[in-house]
Design a protein around this ligand. Sequence first.
Ligand code: DQA
Length: 143
Amino acid sequence: MTKLLILNGPNLNRLGKREPDIYGKSSLKDLEEELRSNFAEQLELSFKQSNWEGQLIDWIHEAEEKYEGIVFNPGAFTHYSYALRDAIASISIPVVEVHISNVHAREMFRSESVIAPVCVGQISGFGFDGYKMGLTYFLKRSG
Ligand code: DQA
C-alpha cells in the first residue's frame, strides 16, 4: 500500500479554534479522522504537525526513506521559508502543497509561495477537501 505523510506546519494545531470564519470549525484531529475514513483501504497515512521550522525540515528529510509522497500545508512558512523549500528540493519524493483557504484571495503576502516551485502543484481554497485532492493525486499516480 502506498505510504504517505500528511504534514502540517505552524498554527494548524489550532484548527477549529483559530479564525473559524477562514479555516472552519473542525480540528486537526477531525481532519485526520476524515482522511483516514476516506482513504484507509487504499493508502497508509501518517500525520505530523509542528510549529517549528527545523522539525518540519527534519521530517521532510526522513520522509524520503519512509514514504512515497507528502501532502504538505506549510502554513505561513509557505510565504518565506527558503529553508523548507530547499528541504523539499533535496528529496526525490513528490510533495503536494495544500492550503485550506484561498491564499490568492487574501492579503498580498499570502499570494506568493516560495514552496510551490519545488512541489508537484498547489491546491488552495477548498478547505479540508484540498487534502483529499492531494491524496487522490497520489492514488492515481500509484495506479
Ligand atoms: C494556510 C494559509 C497561510 O497563509 C496561513 O499562514 C496558514 C494557513 C491555509 O491552510 O490556508 O497558516 O496555509
